[in-house]
Design a protein around this ligand. Sequence first.
Ligand SMILES: C[S@@+](CC[C@H](N)C(=O)[O-])C[C@H]1O[C@@H](n2cnc3c(N)ncnc32)[C@H](O)[C@@H]1O
Length: 339
Amino acid sequence: MFIPDRIWVKINGEYAPIDRAAQPEPWLSYVYSNRSIVTQFDDGHTKWPQVGTLPTSSASMPSVVAAMLSYSGLDTGQDVCEVGTGTGYNAALTASLVGNLGHVSTIEVDPELAEAARERLDNLAYDNVRTVLGDGAHGDPDAAPFDRIIVTAGVQLGRVPYAWIEQTRRGGKILAPVRTDLTSGPLVLWTVDEDGRAVGKAMPMGVGFMELRAQRTPTTTDTDLAAWLDNPGDESTTDLDAKDMLSNPHSRWALAVAMPSCRYDLDHDDDGENVWWLRDPMSGSWARIASGAVHQSGPRRLWDEAEAAYAWWLGAGEPSVVDWTWTITPTRQSVTLNS
Ligand SMILES: C[S@@+](CC[C@H](N)C(=O)[O-])C[C@H]1O[C@@H](n2cnc3c(N)ncnc32)[C@H](O)[C@@H]1O
């Protein structure tokens, strides 16, 4: 009822278009599987069955939807704001959980998606849902205050809109997937206090959400990569394995905090050996690490930064993502390791 007839699903690492009319059984089995179903590419500029570059809307994995609803602690009669309507499915589940005494405002930035979701919700008589077309970063001031704000798009570390705290009742909660350029997730649950401060903890679940539209950061282009491959940069060696730092979500989170705007990629050389890339498109810095050989270039020495952050993380006793606290005040956002 909420999933469009034409979708894209990832099969063996590649997106494939699936049409309900042409492939009714595969469509049904994908829709009922624990996977995310892509419903839009490239803000709608790429039309089905073309496969685009950037998935920009999806119905999230059912296990993630269920966990987020459970972490939110929803109850009958609550007022809830959802940022990122998408298909409208999560708004419908939320509306059922808060019941007729509660109310859901769901905000979608994309006009076509918002209209389609509004139609679905209206047809199914979800009278306690208000579908708003707009930038969810502003919340829904006309329907505030809320007991809960549930964000189903990724928010960059340090860029949680303060409007969300202003529109949450004291003691209310905000749940949002936080991301950095180096890592997606964690899922953070904040409680808003009397002083207009929100203090958050990570939930024990890694998630990967598409970014809020206005918070997307540039990716590396093939031209960047070609230029970097031609440039040996400064050469050195290392005994550390980039895999140990970057494959573990807990050490990767420590690196993410220490290395703003840094991204990573895993590539393979002609012999199938891992080639790790660290890159900061903002400063044009990069590092390439393969079989203990390090090449770095640009104003930042990204591998040196990564080694220092990793040494700090090991020295701090290898803290997990749930050992950090996210604090938001009207003037400041911080993430600190619990002492
Ligand atoms: C993962 S999907 C949400 C899934 C949705 N909750 C559902 O049940 O289908 C993320 C959605 O957030 C929307 N989005 C991105 N930036 C937004 C913004 N600034 N305000 C509102 N919606 C936004 C995207 O267009 C996309 O539809």
